[in-house]
Design a protein around this ligand. Structure first.
Ligand SMILES: Nc1ncnc2c1ncn2[C@@H]1O[C@H](COP(=O)(O)OP(=O)(O)O)[C@@H](O)[C@H]1O
Ligand SMILES: O=P(O)(O)OC[C@H]1O[C@H](OP(=O)(O)OP(=O)(O)O)[C@H](O)[C@@H]1O
Length: 185
């Protein structure tokens, strides 16, 4: 893990499975091309559907970790996830860098990136299940496990983004939060 040159703004988008993190991040990228979206490295098949991640084997994940290629990493759902160390250069250039993160991993990430802004996306529980089924990336058993994890509480200091209406409205809420990061902490 590497430290953070702090002049840009690192933004974690977190929340339960199916709440819309990937959808909102992708819409945010279209609305604001100046914002950097970190491409995740995941031990998940490239054709699994959903986000455009970099698919790697466990062995390659470990090798790249040993070479210092990750800013930080975590495990969840039987998968491993990492954010590339290239975000440090982007932050040093003053860019806003957004990533799809893990609620559980936040304390670990915030140790290295103390000015981390956390956007916690929420939606009613029945909406999560409907959305996960519609997404179709996980099977019924995997969806049940993800819904169980939905109960993880909101991280302290997070700004809550309710995604229970249109994507555009939720993206506007995210942009408002990013422009006022001092309200987090
Ligand atoms: N505001 C919204 N309105 C309708 N459908 C949405 C909305 N946000 C997300 N979805 C849908 O919900 C499903 C789960 O969204 P996704 O972005 O994959 O969630 P997450 O990354 O949080 O697991 C997707 O099929 C997506 O199209
Ligand atoms: O600690 P948690 O907040 O529960 O997060 C655990 C993991 O779940 C999500 O992954 P992924 O994108 O694979 O799943 P999702 O799209 O179903 O949320 C999220 O991006 C984290 O990597």
């Amino acid at each position: 893990m590497t430290g953070q040159p702090q002049s840009g703004q690192l933004v974690a988008v977190v929340g339960p499975s199916g709440v819309g993190k990937d959808t909102l991040i992708s819409a945010l990228a279209s609305a604001r091309p100046d914002i950097v979206i970190a491409q995740r490295i995941i031990t998940r098949a490239a054709d699994a559907g959903g986000e455009d991640h970099l698919a790697v084997s466990e062995a390659l994940f470990d090798a790249q970790l040993a070479m210092g290629r990750y800013a930080f990493h975590w495990g969840a759902h039987g998968l491993r996830y990492a954010i590339p160390a290239s975000i440090n250069a982007e932050l040093a250039q003053g860019r806003v860098v957004v990533f799809n993160g893990s609620r559980k991993a936040l304390p670990h990430i915030a140790e290295r990136y103390p000015q981390l802004l956390v956007l916690m996306v929420t939606a009613p529980p029945e909406m999560l299940e409907r959305r996960l089924r519609a997404r179709g990336r996980e099977n019924t058993r995997e969806i049940a496990a993800r819904l169980k994890r939905a109960e993880l509480s909101a991280p302290q200091g997070a700004q809550v983004i309710v995604n229970d209406g249109s994507v555009d409205v939720a993206v506007a809420r995210m942009l408002g939060a990013i422009s006022r990061p001092e309200r987090s902490a």
